[in-house]
Write a protein that binds this ligand. Structure first.
Ligand code: ZN
Length: 179
């Protein structure tokens, strides 16, 4: 199973250039944010022909490669450890690498994610003997089930629907929920 690319800290040579960060001697921190919260970050030291990345107590050197453009000027790339020239590298467990090296997929995966979550939600509703459609809302406690089990599963079922809605909204911007 592939991982969702949007969930990884990513460095993009075009953004670095656009923000004028690739100046030798420059040192900056790059973060993946969720609202005001920093989810992951890397410190970047810019050298003449390479970047030094400080990530999770690891130090990694990434070569910068320039290729001439048709109409003058240069296009810049990172050199992944696999040898490929890429514009973006993603944070693996401890090292940055290209999306092929890390086996990452683009957002078509969101659909699979919301489908996976829907499956989970259905499974929980099944164990409660509730009808599958989310719009049916919560149901009664099945005969013979302990109240504590019932409460735990009810909460789980409601969380599953909520998570599913969040994933579906990320995939389909106009989506207004399963109710
Ligand atoms: Zn690679």
């Amino acid at each position: 199973m592939k991982n969702v690319i949007e969930e990884y800290l990513c460095i993009d040579v075009r953004r670095f250039l656009g923000e004028n960060l690739l100046v030798p001697g420059n040192f900056f921190t790059w973060q993946r944010m969720c609202g005001n919260e920093s989810l992951d970050k890397v410190a970047v030291q810019v050298n003449a022909e390479a970047l030094t990345l400080f990530y999770k107590k690891q130090t990694q050197s990434v070569m910068l490669v320039a290729t001439p453009c048709h109409f003058g000027g240069y296009r810049y790339w990172f050199r992944c450890c696999c040898g490929k020239r890429v514009a973006t590298l993603y944070a693996g467990d401890s090292r940055f690498a290209c999306r092929r090296c890390l086996n990452l997929n683009y957002q078509t995966q969101h659909q699979e994610r919301h489908e996976r979550l829907a499956k989970k939600a259905h499974g929980t509703r099944d164990s409660l003997d509730w009808p599958r459609g989310f719009s049916n809302g919560t149901g009664p406690k099945p005969k013979g089930m302990h109240w504590r089990t019932f409460e735990r599963l009810s909460v789980k079922a409601e969380n599953a629907v909520e998570q599913c809605n969040i994933a579906a909204r990320a995939r389909f911007p106009n989506y207004d929920g399963f109710g």
